[in-house]
Ligand binder design. Structure first.
Ligand code: FES
Ligand SMILES: [Fe+2]
Length: 358
């Protein structure tokens, strides 16, 4: 079961050309394409004539033609031409999903199109801010999307899983000063690690002379986790106003269910140091990419055990607070959606606001 009335990342703008792109999102086959005038669109990936995926077709002008018998669809999924006849059969259309390109990201709405408000799409100005350089990728991970949320919201694993990159010194991560801000629409976890040993990735990038102060802010809303990280020489403090620390990092994590047990992971890693040197950006990307491969190993192995032992209980520990709240937010939003579909009132309890914190 998925939360449908939500903006999810469907890809990066640079991926989308006039060649149709097929992707399964929330269990639905979707075809995305860019028209010759540059508009982006997403339709159900299935022709209403004989079910050939429309991703086998091609873009013609501002339309998509089916690769089997040539029926032509506009960007809202309406068939506008049938070769060899003047009359378009009634009901000749496919589902259309609102798709918006913003901050270099493609955002899709898989729920009730009437409720899709582009104003609710989270902001990510880092992608176009010249003070930051970034590079990213898209992976498909073989696990339930909430395991990726857990992984990114609770960074106490960093010391254990990422010893060769951003981790090491496990105690420093487990003992970080943590605060958790719970909201109806998400959760923000803040971590502060004063006077700690710089991990290998930081050392390779900045060659710190001594210990460092690190802060991390992990902002979750359904479908997106933005991680903001700042690093300074120990005792130097942080510039709250500019947030331009000696070493600043911003990680964008778009987490979109593909199926119940597989997840699209769209990520970028941005840095504020040596931003005009592509080699530095490539190296930083390589370090973060290696980190995520370490996470993939963990979450895919967890998934296997969850499937093997679906009824066995898990215990919770202190650092689970953020992840537990994230699960609660998703569960409550799905329940509210389910009741709204049935025409009932939202359940008693905390008010759920869809508006996303930016
Ligand atoms: S299957 Fe698409 S036009 Fe026939
Ligand atoms: Fe990790």
């Amino acid at each position: 079961m998925f939360l449908k009335n939500n903006w999810y990342v469907a890809g990066f703008g640079e991926e989308l050309t006039t060649t149709p792109l097929a992707r399964t999102l929330l269990g639905e086959p979707v075809v995305m394409f860019r028209t010759e005038s540059g508009e982006v669109a997403a339709l159900e990936d299935r022709c209403c004539h004989r079910n050939l995926p429309l991703s086998h077709g091609k873009v013609e002008g501002n339309s998509l033609s089916c690769g089997y018998h040539g029926m032509v669809y506009n960007t809202t999924g309406q068939c506008i031409r049938v070769p060899g006849q003047d009359v378009i059969p009634s009901g000749a259309c496919v589902m259309h999903f609102p798709l918006v390109e913003k901050d270099g990201v493609l955002w899709i709405w898989m729920g009730d199109a009437d409720k899709a408000s582009p104003g609710r799409i989270p902001d990510y100005p880092i992608h176009s801010d010249p003070r930051w350089a970034h590079k990213g990728n898209h992976y498909t991970i073989n696990c339930h999307h909430e395991l990726i949320n857990d992984n990114l919201i609770d960074l106490s694993h960093v010391g254990y899983v990422h010893g060769k990159t951003i981790g090491g010194t496990p105690g420093a991560h487990s003992e970080a000063q943590i605060s958790t801000e719970r909201r109806d629409d998400g959760v923000t976890v803040r971590r502060f690690m004063p006077g700690t040993v710089p991990p290998p990735t930081y050392q390779r990038a900045m060659n710190f002379a001594g210990n460092i102060d690190r802060w991390m802010e992990i902002r979750f809303v359904p479908g997106l986790i933005r991680i903001y990280i700042g690093v300074n020489d120990a005792g130097q403090g942080f510039d709250e106003k500019t947030q331009m620390d000696k070493m600043g990092m911003r990680i964008f994590n778009g987490i979109t269910p593909e199926t119940e047990n597989t997840t699209h992971y769209f990520w970028t890693a941005a840095h504020n140091f040596r931003v005009t040197e592509p080699e530095v950006t490539n190296n930083f990307y390589g370090e973060i990419s290696a980190t995520f491969e370490e996470d993939r190993t963990v979450v895919e192995a967890q998934q296997q055990r969850f499937e093997q032992f679906p009824g066995r209980k898990n215990v919770h520990i202190k650092t689970d607070a953020g992840g537990i709240h994230a699960r609660r937010v998703i569960t409550q939003l799905i329940e509210a959606e389910r009741l709204a579909e049935k025409g009932n009132q939202a359940p008693a309890g905390p008010v759920i606001r869809i508006a996303q914190t930016v």
